[in-house]
Write a protein of this length. Structure first.
Lengths: 266, 305, 305, 266
């Protein structure tokens, strides 16, 4: 089987799980997917909108491997924020849709890292990669920050984690009140390995905290994308290195070592 | 019966008239998983400069109605790395490679051309003249016939063995003047169009969306403008023309071919579907069969009242 | 509280900055069933010439990705019929009327302007200079700064009492040169852009779709090009600018306003929804409320790195 | 009630009646519709395709007046020929859609014309206006030409006309074999009033025959349209008159006296 495909897939289901949030099953012979990888979806048979939209893989439908996962399709979890995601939300089971992926590099699985040292930090839709990642690190902690009860509900699939799941909301409606960085502050230690996905402000704060504590930290970034495969050079993110200033989120990310990123320019 | 789609341009025979457009197909290799590179007429690689360039700050792209803007800032690995790292890989693929080049001065253009001349596996250079001349206060080579003449003459001299294709900017009052200028400078062929300068404003932030403010518009939105310019150029020269702009399907490519293009380049479409260019090849083949005609007969067959 | 959306341009106060674009709103009256004309900043009527014109053969229009081409051939009832038949009807409506004019010679332009000067109920003339000068071998007034200067000077002289708005063509290498030329000629304001010359080929018939071969591209496809030109013009003059090109929504209009337009014109959008311009007015009002700002503060507030 | 509306309407039904042919019910408080008038539909919430598509009114749903018909919606009958009509065919009941209309002038109802003198001539999709028109002229003949059996099936709604309905197909699969002009030739008399709608070649032949026989003849023409209301001047058709060379199909038609048209330039 190819490692990456560009294929017409079948929409299996497209369920509203709460206002503005959907789970979509897309059926195609799925190559291995690493946690943190994404697909590019064509949202309409039209050139308006023109570009595909990137969405992270939430689940792989079907069998599983060890670090990576293949199967007969993927489940996506998305929020309607604009026209592309709105069009996605109107699609019905049975419709076909062009899928390109899986793309990008997932979260790095570092040799010798013990599951117990891993802290996964998610904010809002940044929850997506952790459903796969927690299968890799069954003992990991998952700290999830949400704006309110609706967003906090996204963590329902993670309930089985028991006390290893900690939720915080900005309005205090679920879990503790506050930002997810407050949770992290309590848990972080020198030996922690942090995997984070969420809004830029959160990632910046997490990266800064990891730096202070001397923990390794990997962040998943977002950028508007055209190609998804590293050729348009559109999804650039500035790095701290002098020699090669920009990295491409689609092909060199979306997950980066947090010390690599120029957080001032993000 | 398999149709013969091959075309000869500037003394080089290409398998078919469907090429990829510079900056939209990387160095070609990135597409190996998604398309059959050997079915392409040519791969035109990302614009190369003398030194590697890191490109513009982000955001660099934004979607527009039926199009997109880019202000990549011509990020590229530089001509040396291209020759030593990319070209050997590309040579293994049975497809023609065209190097797109640019510079900030006439000397830089000709230096890049010189290095590429004789590089194994290269079939032509395409000169992107839609760049500001830093020595002339930023006047864009491609919008001033005198500057265009100078830069193309210099490349023509530097690239002793390689055919030279000049890629024109659409951002001119009269394309015929530019066609004449680069023809006089000795170009072997002309490709057009490059992107159209454009801007999108973020009305919430009251800032341009792109860090660079202005970017180049590409995609289906610009196709009718590109077809018109190709046709105007056709009437101004007998040089081979290569049509570019918003080609998404074989039908789109045929518009350019019928208007007089010897070949076409597929650009933005490769982002929407990395297999676009090969689908265009298939579609042209189907059209020729259905209409019992040949590429030669079709090219430039536009009838106008 | 109702927001004050009024703007003063060339000494005339308009209810709001949302006008209709010439050729897309007929003589205004045709829209009475579908929209509230009195909520518009101004109605710019179909281009008027000295004599009635019958226009081009069909087909005259064709759809393109996010746009359309038109080659109407400036069909119109002529300035006399406009004054005697249309204007009296328009006068009854509480909205400003702007007459768009054109000619084939400088003398024709100035003659049309002279007839309109003093016509009751007219607030300004808008000079469409994207027309060929038949006396100068068809060179387009709007792409040659000297010709543009001549024609605008003549209109300026002929229209003694009326403000003169000059409407620029996008089909030039450097819009700043044209801005300067018409400013020197005494125009009171500048509107831009007119359509972009373009072509669509019917690949089955191997003919241009339009009988005229070339038509003007309008609609959302061209908006990013229009915003860029507006902004370039903004940096070249202090005259009031009126932004045109692909405005479908209030957000689109705000792009132009933030980039420095004192007003905007809604064109092709009126075909898709005849109530578009009024929806744009509503949307701008909403935006100003939401952002607790004023039109004045917003206009030209674009921040660039 | 206004005479013409621009409104969001509800899709009531959208039934495939045979391959590529659909009947669509669109619900809105419908002003009076004259036979031969049309509506402009926005086929997608996108600018690709940009323009509305014109479709003739096939039926008015609800009550009826005398010459004209108002009600609670209209039924459209359309054939999928390109992207716009394809998009229409994918719409589901309950979706909303922008409708502008009714537009244009219907078939003129001439004073003193007896129903028995009227011959309606339809070709292919040109059947659309006659469902309303035959209510105005209950005694009229209807000659319908189709390519084959599939298209001939469109006339099933007209079965109640009995012997006043005559069908001809190019392949002879239904009715007589041949073109509809052959049927007309048999029926036309000096006093006939002909109302015709169909492909341009058919209309041209019908107009020529009417001219020879000295019959009055009205034809419904098609043109690509942008505005539908006479302002873009895009849908021009050349007339034989010298002074005013072009007429607009949308606002001055789509029905024209056949002697007005420059058939050479159509
Ligand atoms: C690698 C990657 C993985 C992603 N995974 C998911 C996922 O699993 N689930 C999910 O819901 N979303 C995900 N996103 C974000 C998703 O791609 C965007 O929300 C989507 O492209 C917006 O498209 P639109 O047409 O609906 O919005 P647009 O009309 O394009 O934009 C609407 C608004 O959303 C903002 N926006 C646009 N793109 C992004 C973006 N990439 N990130 C944040 N805001 C954006 C715009 O600035 C604008 O304000 C991912 C993005 C990337 C780059
Ligand atoms: C006044 C009027 C009433 C009409 N009534 C009906 C009706 O009741 N039922 C119906 O099925 N159709 C009707 N049509 C035709 C219908 O409008 C077109 O078929 C439709 O606009 C095509 O849109 P599209 O996007 O599917 O095709 P496009 O992609 O625009 O075109 C596809 C193909 O269809 C051809 N085409 C486009 N427009 C027309 C046209 N107006 N006439 C003929 N061929 C065309 C094109 O040349 C092309 O070959 C009417 C047209 C007019 C002007
Ligand atoms: C992201 C991007 C990068 C581009 N980079 C280059 C380049 O390096 N050199 C060049 O000559 N043209 C470049 N172009 C222009 C394309 O080669 C092409 O001329 C243009 O996009 C129009 O074609 P299209 O509409 O098919 O994309 C670039 C275009 C895009 C979209
Ligand atoms: C059908 C049509 C007819 C037009 N006629 C005129 C005209 O008579 N005079 C003129 O100055 N501009 C004319 N224009 C140009 C428009 O006023 C406007 O500048 C252009 O369409 C861009 O705006 P838009 O994208 O909003 O349509 C016409 C445009 C269209 C689409
Ligand atoms: S999206 Fe094209 S390089 Fe990343
Ligand atoms: S469609 Fe615009 S005038 Fe007829």
């Amino acid at each position: 089987m190819e490692t990456r495909i560009n294929r017409q897939a079948h929409l299996l289901y497209n369920r509203k799980i709460r206002d503005g949030y959907f789970r979509m099953g897309v059926g195609f012979a799925t190559p291995e997917v690493a946690p943190g990888q994404f697909v590019m979806l064509r949202v309409a048979e039209s050139f308006d909108p023109l570009l595909r939209r990137p969405l992270g893989v939430y689940k792989v439908l079907g069998s599983r491997g060890k670090w990576a996962f293949k199967g007969t399709g993927v489940e996506l979890l998305y929020r309607v924020v604009g026209r592309g995601t709105h069009l996605l939300s109107t699609k019905e089971p049975g419709e076909t849709m062009d899928v390109l992926g899986p793309l990008g590099n997932g979260f790095p699985v570092i040799n010798g890292v013990e599951s117990t040292k891993v802290i996964m930090v998610g904010g809002g839709m940044g929850i997506v990669p952790f459903h796969l990642l927690r299968k890799v690190f069954p003992e990991a902690l998952f700290l999830f920050g949400a704006r309110g009860a609706v967003e906090a509900g996204l963590a329902s699939d993670f309930k089985g984690m028991g006390r290893k799941l900690k939720i915080t909301t900005e309005d205090g409606s679920v879990g503790t009140k506050g930002l997810v960085t407050a949770l992290l502050k309590k848990e972080i230690t020198k030996g922690s390995v942090i995997y984070a996905c969420g809004p830029p402000g959160m990632l910046k704060a997490v990266a800064a905290m990891a730096l202070r504590e001397g923990s390794r930290c990997y962040v998943s970034l977002e950028r508007a994308m055209a190609c998804g495969i590293g050729v348009c050079l559109g999804c650039a993110v500035k790095t701290r290195k002098k020699e090669k200033t920009y990295k491409m989120v689609c092909s060199e990310g979306p997950v980066f070592d947090s010390t690599l990123i120029d957080w001032e320019k993000l | 019966m398999k149709k013969d789609l091959s075309v000869e341009i500037a003394g080089v025979r290409f398998k078919n008239p469907v090429w990829t457009a510079s900056g939209t197909f990387g160095y070609g290799l990135e597409f190996r998983d998604f398309t059959d590179l050997e079915r392409l007429g040519a791969v035109v690689v990302k614009g190369l400069s003398l030194k590697p360039r890191t490109g513009n700050p982000a955001p660099r792209i934004v979607e527009t109605p039926c199009g997109m803007l880019n202000a990549i800032g011509l990020q590229n690995v530089g001509v040396e790395a291209f020759i030593t790292e990319k070209l050997p890989e590309l040579e293994k693929i049975d497809t023609r490679i065209v190097a797109n080049i640019f510079g900030e001065t006439v000397a830089e253009y000709s230096e890049v051309a010189k290095r590429l001349d004789g590089a194994p596996g290269l079939s032509a250079v395409e000169v992107n003249i839609s760049c500001p001349n830093v020595k002339k206060g930023g006047i864009v080579f491609g919008t001033d016939p005198k500057e265009a003449f100078r830069v193309v003459s210099a490349v023509r001299k530097a690239a002793k063995r390689l055919p030279v294709i000049t890629k024109l900017s659409p951002n001119v009052t009269d394309i015929k003047v530019m066609v004449k200028a680069v023809e006089d400078a000795g170009t072997d062929a002309i490709s057009l169009i490059n992107t159209i300068p454009a801007m999108v404003v973020d009305v919430e932030k009251r800032r341009p969306v792109l860090a660079n403010a202005i970017g180049g518009l590409s995609g289906p939105a610009i196709r009718p403008v590109a077809v018109r310019l190709l046709w105007e150029a056709r009437k101004a020269t007998r040089l081979p023309l290569i049509g570019i702009g918003g080609i998404m399907t074989a039908g789109d490519a045929l518009e350019f071919i019928i208007a007089g293009a010897a070949a076409v380049q597929v650009g933005t479409a490769s982002f929407i579907d990395p297999d676009s260019a090969v689908r265009v090849v298939d579609g042209i083949e189907g059209y020729l069969g259905r209409h019992r005609t040949t590429l030669k007969e079709l090219t430039g067959s536009l009838e106008v009242n």
